[in-house]
Design a binder for this molecule. Structure first.
Ligand SMILES: [Zn+2]
Length: 407
C-alpha cells in the first residue's frame, strides 16, 4: 500500500529542505541553484522553489553581476541577505552590552555601557537594557529574528528565568517575558522572540561558530570575569545538562584557603582565579584598578602596563593566577578531553602573561601525555563574546526553520 503523506508532514519536509539550502549557503558561500541541487541531493526543480521562497522571505538575494560561464545563459548565484539579524544582549556584573549580527555572520552594531547591575533594581536594569537594544538596532536596517539575553549564573532557557545568579543578585527571576514586553513597546515587533541563556554557554557558542578555533567539534571555553565558568561543546553540541546548569566549574573546591565565594561557600576555584581575586592580589583596595566606575578594559590595561614595566607584585600575581588557572583547567581537560581550550574574558586580555604558567600546570596535571592533545588558545572575541553568541543563537532559529521569518 502506498503510504499517505499528510499536509503537516509535507510542510515539515519543506521546512527541513529550506533549512538545508540556507545552511549550505552559510557554510559554502554564494552558489547557483544547479550547484546547490548537486551538493544537497535535492532536485533542481525543488531547489528553484526553495530559493524563490527564501528570496521572498528576505533571506537570500541574487549576487550580481552573474558570472558568465562561456556560452549560453549565465547561472545566477544566490547568497545570504544581510537584512535579517539576530540580537545578543548581555547583563554582566558591571556592564550591559548588545551585539547585532546579520545572517551572513557579520557584526552590524555593538554597544556596551557601564552599569552597576548588583546595586540596581532588576526592573531598572531591564529598562536600561531594552533602551540599549533600541539604540543599537536603530542603526541597522532590516528586521530582527530574535534576541538572546546572556546572564551570569544558573539560567533555565526553557522557562526564560534566571534561577540563581548571586553575582548580580537575581534569584528565580523571570527575565525573557518582561524583556520581550519592553521590546514590543520599543521596537513594535510583536513577533520578536526573546530567550535567555547562561553567558558562558553563549560565549562557547560564539567561539565554536566564529572564534579562532571555530568548527572544532570538542571545544571547551573558560570565562574569566568576576565569576568563572566553563562552556563545553562535545561532538559539536553544547553540553547543557538536565536543567541547563552544566559548567559551574568556578565552584569546584580547589582553593586550599577558605576564601569566601559569592555562592556562600568557601574555597571555590573562582576565589583563586576570578577577576576579584586577581585584582585584590594585584593591588591595594584604594588602587584605581578596583574602581568599578572605570571601564574594565582600561583597568586591565593598567595591569598589563605594570607587568610590562616589570612590577614585582603584578608579575607574582599573574604567576599565581596562571598556576591556579592551570589547576582548574586540567580538571576540565581530564573530564572532557577537548581538542582546544579557549581562555576568554580577562584571561585572554592578560593571556600573554598567563599562558606559559597555564600550559606548565596542565602538562603536569593532565593524566594523559602531552596534555591529552589539548591546545590552549586565547579568545579573540573579547568581552563581547557572550552577546555575540546570543546573537548567533537568535539567528539559529532562522537556520533551523526559515519559515519563522514571514514572507
Ligand atoms: Zn562558589
Amino acid at each position: 500500500m502506498q503510504p499517505t503523506i499528510r499536509p503537516a508532514e509535507q510542510f515539515d519536509v519543506r521546512r527541513g529542505n529550506l533549512s538545508v539550502a540556507l545552511r549550505r549557503l552559510r557554510e559554502a558561500g554564494p552558489r547557483s541553484r544547479a550547484r546547490l541541487a548537486e551538493e544537497t541531493g535535492l532536485t533542481k526543480a525543488t531547489v528553484s522553489v526553495l530559493v524563490a521562497d527564501l528570496v521572498q522571505r528576505g533571506l537570500l538575494r541574487e549576487v550580481g553581476p552573474p558570472e558568465n560561464r562561456g556560452s549560453g545563459r549565465p547561472a545566477v548565484d544566490y547568497e545570504l541577505h544581510d537584512r535579517v539579524y539576530g540580537i545578543g544582549a548581555e547583563v554582566s556584573v558591571d556592564y550591559l552590552s548588545v551585539t547585532v549580527l546579520d545572517l551572513r555572520g557579520e557584526v552590524r552594531a555593538r554597544k556596551r555601557v557601564g552599569y552597576d547591575v548588583p546595586r540596581a533594581e532588576r526592573e531598572a536594569t531591564l529598562d536600561a537594557l531594552s533602551q540599549l537594544v533600541r539604540e543599537t538596532t536603530s542603526e541597522v536596517p532590516g528586521r530582527p529574528a530574535g534576541l538572546t539575553l546572556a546572564a551570569p549564573g544558573n539560567v533555565n532557557p526553557g522557562t526564560g528565568r534566571v534561577d540563581y545568579a548571586p553575582l548580580i543578585g537575581w534569584y528565580d527571576a523571570p527575565v525573557a517575558a518582561p524583556l520581550a514586553d519592553r521590546l514590543v513597546d520599543q521596537l513594535g515587533d510583536a513577533a520578536l522572540r526573546v530567550e535567555v541563556e547562561n553567558d558562558v554557554k553563549l560565549a562557547a557558542i560564539a567561539e565554536h561558530a566564529l572564534g579562532a578555533a571555530a568548527g572544532t567539534a570538542d571545544l571547551a571555553y573558560l570565562s574569566g570575569e568576576m565569576g568563572v565558568g566553563a562552556g563545553v561543546i562535545a561532538a559539536g553540541r553544547l553540553v547543557r545538562g538536565t536543567r541547563g546548569h552544566a559548567g559551574e566549574i568556578g565552584h569546584l573546591p580547589l582553593n586550599p584557603a577558605p576564601a569566601p565565594c559569592a555562592c556562600g561557600r568557601t574555597g571555590c576555584w573562582e576565589t583563586m582565579v576570578g577577576l576579584g581575586a586577581l585584582l585584590s592580589l594585584a593591588a591595594d583596595p584604594d588602587d584605581p584598578v578596583h574602581d568599578p566606575q572605570r571601564d574594565l578594559e582600561e583597568r586591565l590595561a593598567v595591569i598589563v602596563q605594570r607587568a610590562r614595566a616589570g612590577d614585582r607584585r603584578t608579575l607574582s600575581t599573574l604567576e599565581q593566577v596562571a598556576t591556579g588557572l592551570g589547576l582548574g583547567a586540567s580538571v576540565l581537560i581530564n573530564m572532557m578531553n577537548p581538542a582546544v581550550l579557549v581562555l576568554g574574558g580577562y584571561f585572554a586580555v592578560l593571556g600573554d602573561y598567563l599562558l606559559d604558567g597555564v600550559r606548565r600546570e596542565i602538562a603536569d596535571r593532565v593524566v594523559a601525555a602531552d596534555a591529552d592533545g589539548c591546545r590552549v588558545e586565547l579568545s579573540r572575541l573579547g568581552f563581547d563574546a557572550a552577546a555575540l553568541g546570543g546573537a548567533y543563537a537568535a539567528l539559529d532559529r532562522v537556520f533551523t526553520d526559515p519559515t519563522v521569518v514571514p514572507i
